[in-house]
Structures are given as C-alpha cells and as structure tokens.
Ligand binder design. Structure first.
Ligand SMILES: *Cc1c(COP(=O)(O)O)cnc(C)c1O
Length: 387
C-alpha cells in the first residue's frame, strides 16, 4: 500500500506558497484508509476515534462516507454536533466521564457509552436513564506501542457482576468493548480478546442479559521507520475470527491512528545549527510543543526526509521554543543539513497536531488540504519546469 507522500518539488512549492511549518492533509488518503477497513471488515460500523486528529475536515469527510464517531469529551461531542452529525452516530467511549461530558451527552442526545467500573454506573443512569452501555474489558497486549489497558478495562472476572449491576440500574446493557492498545502489530491481542468476550457473552446471556454489540476498539497500525504492516490482511484476519466467534452480533471498531496517521505530511525547515560537545544540533521551526508532541505523548519516532545525500552523521533535533525540553531526537541518523533545508515528515497525522500547544507564542501549525492546493502547486511546478 502506498500512502500519501509529497514529492521534493511539491515540498518546495508548498513551502514557497505557504511558508513553514506546514501540515498538508490528504482527504483522499482519509477515504482510502476508511475504505480499506470497511472493505476488509464488511458490515462493521467504523467509529473514528476523534482524539487521534479532530480536524473538522477529516470528521466531515468520514461523515460523508457514512462513518461513526468515538468521542471522549464534552468538546468533541459539541464539535460534532455543530457539524451536524447525528448523536446516533456517536459513542461516548470514555470509561470515566466528566459531569460536563454527561451534560453535553444529554443535551445533544448521545446515548451510547462505555464504562469499566461500578462507580460509573450511577453516573450514567442518573444522566441518561436507559442509556445504552458497553462494558470495557481489559486485554493485555505487550505488543502495542501505547498500552491503554493499564488505565482502562474491567478484569474479565468482574465483568458479569458489573453488567448485572448496570442492568439493575435501568441501563440498556448492550455489549462489550475492548481496545488492544495503539499501533498494535499482529492479531494476537484481538484474538485473545474475542475469546474472552465470547465467554462473557455466553455467561451474561445465561443470566438473562441480551448482549448484542461487540466493539473491537482501535489499534490498527501505520508504517514506522522500520515496518510497514499489512493492515488489509490484519483486518481481514480479525474479521474472520470475529465472524467465527460472533456470527450474529453487531460489530463496531474504533480506529484512530489508521484513519488519519498516513494522511498528513509535515514540512518543516532548519532554522538553526550548532555544534556543542562534538554533537551536531539542528533547530527546526516545528517542535515538541507543536506537531512533534507525538514524540512525548505517543512515544513516536518520526521519519525525517531531507532529500539530500552526503555524509551521514547523528544529530540532535530541537524545536523552536526557548525550553530545554524542546528536543525531539537525539543521535538521529541524518545527512548534514544547513539553514533553510526543508524536511518532509510523512505519516504524521495521528496524535501530532491533536496534542500540539501554543507554548511560547508559537501558533499551531497551519493545515492545508492537498486536494485543494494541488492545482495551484501543479501550475507552479509546470511554470518552474518551463522556465
Ligand atoms: C484512542 C482510542 C482509540 C483509537 O486508538 P488507535 O490506536 O488510534 O486506533 C479507540 N478507542 C478508544 C476507546 C480509545 O481511547
């Protein structure tokens, strides 16, 4: 699978037209990613995890494709509501909800929730009586980059008890969910979780509950510096197992990273260089407090494409702010660079701009849509070629 990646000429032309740092988002890539999951998991409702990249244009594109949305806060529900997205298409999938989140859910009509603890049952039942709830089950996955199961998920041993208590509180106990963790390579964690959930469905139904929905969460991976996972094969494998264990159950998935991660390229430029203690330093105009926030929050190592050849060295890359934390990479292999060199960072659409700050007065990096600027950039390149 080839993902969205700007050519050197396009990077130059875009930097010239829009200056740097600049994020370029391909809505066509968003559509391809959505369709790949939809085609390999037919009938599965795809709830985009908005937190991975809440850009309105991504949300609108997915909405036009018939997508659903995993929201986790009052702000995300309000935003989708303003965009005209029906509350029916949202699940408020934060196991620990705020008072304000529950208020906005009630106001906007969001009535599907996940939970993983007894303390949440009363909150949900009071805010949205009869609301539809899925119990989040903990699944252990040492192969995920970001393992969320240390924070979330009920132990399978407590599941039945929690389901019954939610039912007794008047909630519509509809099913189970899990999240294997982010950037999960391989199907094992999903398959383990499916087995656990099958056992719990059977046990719950024996006790008179009628579980009818299984939400298999997110975790689908994107290419890294060293690996390009075959997500089509992975999704198809998971789907096969889902159909085997849950032939008659409504299935949801909550991909975040896979939908948006490969749809964005960053163009940044070298704004300073120095040598200190025999170590080469490069300063870029986007940093740890900006698009590279994923280095910290997402434990991500980004590819830096310099379009240059030459002597290979190891360098430290720092951002533009006046803070000593603002260092993205140490001992990063690179060619030698100089001020003004443009750097392309592909696959940086997930957990990047979403967690960027405006610390130190640096604005969030502008995002342009590739399909909207394409004609202009193409004309520019043709002009350059002719001249
Ligand atoms: C963050 C999150 C997701 C999305 O995870 P990805 O790894 O980005 O696919 C899905 N479900 C829940 C509950 C989440 O918190």
């Amino acid at each position: 699978m080839k993902y969205f990646r700007l050519s050197q000429d396009a990077v130059k032309a875009l930097a010239d037209s829009y200056s740097t740092p600049l994020l370029v988002l391909s809505l066509e890539q968003i559509e391809l990613n959505y369709n790949l999951l939809a085609e390999n998991m037919p009938g599965v409702k795809i709830y985009y995890a908005v937190k991975a990249n809440p850009d309105e244009r991504i949300v609108r594109k997915l909405s036009s494709l018939g997508g659903y949305f995993d929201v986790a806060s009052d702000g995300e529900m309000r935003m989708l509501n303003h965009l005209g997205i029906d509350a029916e298409r949202m699940v408020y999938a934060n196991p620990v909800k705020t008072a304000s989140g529950l208020n906005v859910a009630r106001e906007t009509g969001v009535n599907k929730f996940t939970f993983d603890s007894e303390s949440e049952i009363g909150k949900m039942a009071a805010a949205i009586p009869g609301g539809t709830v899925l119990l989040r089950i903990r699944v252990d996955n040492p192969r995920a980059l970001v393992d969320l199961n240390k924070k979330f998920g009920a132990h399978p041993d407590e599941a039945l008890d929690l389901l019954i208590k939610a039912h007794e509180a008047g909630l519509d106990v509809a099913g189970l969910c899990f999240h294997v963790g982010s950037q999960s390579t391989g199907n094992e964690a999903y398959l383990d979780a499916l087995k656990i959930c099958r056992g719990l469905f059977d046990a719950a139904n024996k006790r008179g509950l009628n579980l009818r929905i299984l939400d298999i969460g997110g975790g689908f991976p994107i290419p890294t510096l060293t690996e390009e996972p075959d997500v089509a094969a992975m999704a198809a494998g998971i789907y096969k197992a889902v159909k085997q264990y849950f032939p008659h159950t409504e299935i949801w998935a909550e991909p975040g990273r896979y939908i948006c991660g490969t749809a964005v390229n960053l163009i940044t430029q070298v704004i300073g260089t120095k040598v200190r203690n025999n170590q080469q330093w490069y300063f870029l105009d986007d940093g740890l407090y900006g698009t590279f926030s994923g280095v910290i929050f997402d434990h991500w190592d980004f590819e830096l494409e310099t379009f240059k050849t030459g002597k290979r060295i190891q360098a430290t890359f720092a951002g533009p702010s006046c803070d000593s934390l603002d260092i993205m990479f140490r001992d990063k292999p690179t060619v030698e660079l100089e001020i003004g060199d443009l750097i392309l960072v592909p696959n940086c659409g997930a957990y990047t701009s979403a967690s960027a700050t405006v610390f130190n007065g640096f604005a969030k990096t502008q995002i342009v849509i590739w399909e909207e600027v394409y004609e202009e950039i193409k004309a520019k390149l043709e002009l350059a070629a002719a001249g």
